[in-house]
Ligand binder design. Sequence first.
Ligand SMILES: O=c1[nH]cnc2c1ncn2[C@H]1C[C@H](O)[C@@H](CO)O1
Ligand SMILES: [Zn+2]
Length: 389
Amino acid sequence: MTSQTLNTVPTEEQIRRAPKVLLHDHLDGGLRPATIVDLARETGYDALPESEADRLEAWFRESADSGSLERYLETFSHTVAVLQTRDALFRVAAECAEDLAADGVVYAEVRYAPEQHLEGGLGLEEVVEAVNEGFREGERRARAAGHRIRVGALLTAMRHAARALEIAELANRYRDVGVVGFDIAGAEAGYPPTRHLDAFEYLKRENNHFTIHAGEAFGLPSIWQALQWCGADRLGHGVRIIDDIQVADDGTVKLGRLASYVRDKRVPLELCPSSNLQTGAATSYAEHPIGLLRRLHFRATVNTDNRLMSGTSMSGEFARLVETFRYTLDDMQWFTVNAMKSAFIPFDERLAMINEVIKPGYAELKSEWLFQDALTGTAVTSASTGEPG
Ligand SMILES: O=c1[nH]cnc2c1ncn2[C@H]1C[C@H](O)[C@@H](CO)O1
Ligand SMILES: [Zn+2]
C-alpha cells in the first residue's frame, strides 16, 4: 500500500495544471512588464519609472508593497497611461487571456474601468469593444496552444468619480456580448458605495449582476452598505468580515449578525491574499482570514487582484495557501467550485463547467498517484504519456 492518499497536498506542477476559476483580476493590474515597455515606446509615454522590463516588474512590486491602498493604487497611473489606444487595449486583453490560460485558469472574469481609457480619444464603447476583441483573440491563441479558457469582462466604475450610472448602462448594453457584470473600485475610505446607489438600483431593475470592492481598506460598515444598501451579488475582497467573527481561546467561534448573514446567504467573497498583504489588509499568509473563513465554510474564493503589482498568478496564490495551510487538491477544488458557482454567467453554463471541466480535472489529478512510476517515483501524467490533458 502506497503511503500516498487519494487526496494529496499538490505539487507546484499539479497546482498549475489544476483547473482554476478567477473572479477578481484587474486588466490594468496584469500587464506583462515587457508589454508596458513596448507600449510606452509606441505611444510616446516617457514617464515610466524604469525602462527595462525586469527592473520595471520589480518596481511595481516594491511600490505596491506600501501597506496602504491609496499608495498601491498610485502605481496604476503607469499601466493606465499606456492603455489609451485600441491596439494597446486589444493586445493587453489578448495577452491576459493567454497568460491566465497558460496558468490553468479555465474561467475568468477580468475587470477594468472604461472611463480611465479615454485620454487618447477613444469612446467608452470603443474601449469595451477593443477589450472584448482582445479577450476573444486570447481565447483563440490559448486554444491553439492546447488550453481552454473563457473570459468575461466586468466593467468597473471608479468610486471617487461620478460616472457609475453611465458605466452601469454600458455594462447593460454589452451584456451577452462579452460583458458579464459591473463593479466599483478605487480608494475605499471616504467613498462609500452608497454614493453610487443610482447605478446599483438601475442594474437591479435590469436584472443584471454586480460586485463591489468592500471590506478591504475599510471594515464592516463598507460591507454592510455594499450588501444591504446596494444589493451587491458578491464582495470584492470582503476580507474584513473577519471583524465580525470572534474566536474564543477554547476555539469556539461566534459570528455577529453581518458575518452570519454573509455565510447564511452564501455571499461570495473574492479573497485576494497577496494583494491584502501589500495594502496592509492582512499581515501574513498564516494570519490571513482565508484560513478561518474556509474552515467556517464561507463562500470563499481565491483571486489574484493584480498579477503585476503582486508578482502573482492563480497558481502562485494557491501555492502560498497550500504551503501555509497544507491545503489539498480537495481544498483547491472546493475554492474553485465556490468560484464557479459565484460567476456571473448563466446557471447551466456554470453547472457544465463544474461537472464537465472542474471535477474531471481534479479527479484526473487526484488519481495520478495510482500511476506512479515504481522506479523513479514520478507520477505518469497524461502529459508524459502523450495523451491529451
Ligand atoms: O484592490 C483594489 N481595491 C480597489 N481598487 C483597486 C484594486 N485594485 C485595482 N483597483 C483599481 C485601480 C484600477 O485602475 C481600477 C480598475 O481596474 O481598479
Ligand atoms: Zn481589486
